[in-house]
Design a protein around this ligand. Structure first.
Ligand SMILES: [Zn+2]
Ligand SMILES: [Zn+2]
Length: 270
């Protein structure tokens, strides 16, 4: 079994023809379980969940149109899961919960992209890194990630160490290892799945998410995984999967997670 549940069709229209380009790529790469997971901030229905100058400018889509694309694709005989990638914002738990329950998602990805108004993975905010202390920025990011998992709102954690996206990595391995072990324990305690993502290979950092020692800590804590590409265009669906599969197996994993109506099951990888 292979999955790709973290994909974005946002660069095209919400039509079945556009979605079929992603599905074709999934099938050509041997992926049986394909799902879409648009960014929540793009939809007018999420204005109350996340509002800053950057998201406000981009909040132009209708989630019902996005949902209709999936419904129509299913009616045309396609097997496609309906997901969403949501920003976790501390203090918005009640609003997030009500929103998540208002659509029939197969899974909801919890991601942290914002430290206050600092969109740390955005190219247009990259220069803000210059004034930042790397370790305290990691502390802040991993602290919010911990709160996100403790909220139990999400099915899996998106790109768990995306904070390294531009290559800002602490040299202190002990510091990182302590966080990895603490986070893995938190993931296990709150019964969340962690994503193995090939997206980092296509970013300046040039590495898989999460780091090998992070994934090994997750395996030791018995945290299940899902394998995803975070593709933003059809050709990236299933990108670098041979490497991702070997990476997961090296960390000790033999199964991955399949989601359906927010219920999950484990299946052999490959
Ligand atoms: Zn993301
Ligand atoms: Zn994404």
């Amino acid at each position: 079994m292979l999955t790709d549940y973290h994909t974005h069709t946002e660069r095209g229209p919400y039509t079945v023809a556009w979605l079929e380009q992603f599905l074709e790529q999934a099938h050509s790469r041997g992926i049986q379980e394909y799902g879409v997971s648009e960014h929540g901030y793009r939809f007018v229905q999420t204005a109350h969940l996340l509002d800053n100058p950057w998201t406000r400018e981009r909040r132009t889509q209708d989630l019902d149109e996005y949902h209709a694309m999936v419904t129509k694709a299913r009616a045309a005989g396609h097997h496609v899961k309906f997901g969403l990638e949501l920003d976790y914002i501390p203090g918005k738990e009640r609003e997030l919960e009500a929103f998540i329950q208002s659509y029939p998602f197969d899974y909801v990805i919890g991601s942290v992209h914002w430290l206050g108004d600092f969109g740390f993975d955005l190219l247009e905010m990259k220069e803000q890194w210059v004034a930042r202390d790397i370790k305290s920025t990691y502390d802040e990011y991993f602290g919010i990630l911990t709160q996100m998992v403790e909220s139990r709102l999400f099915d899996f954690v998106g790109h768990a160490d995306v904070i390294k996206v531009f290559g800002h990595e602490p040299q202190d391995q002990e510091f990182l290892q302590q966080w990895y072990e603490r986070l893995a324990t938190t993931f296990a305690r709150h019964d969340v799945v962690v994503e193995v993502s090939t997206a980092g290979l296509r970013k300046p950092v040039g590495k898989m998410y999460p780091a090998p020692q992070f994934l090994k800590a997750c395996h030791l804590a018995r945290v299940p995984i899902v394998i995803n590409s975070d593709a933003h265009r059809p050709e990236d669906v299933g990108a670098d999967y041979p490497e991702a599969i070997a990476f997961a197996k090296d960390a000790g994993y033999s199964t991955l997670t399949v989601f359906e109506s927010r219920q999950r099951s484990q299946h052999p990888i490959g």
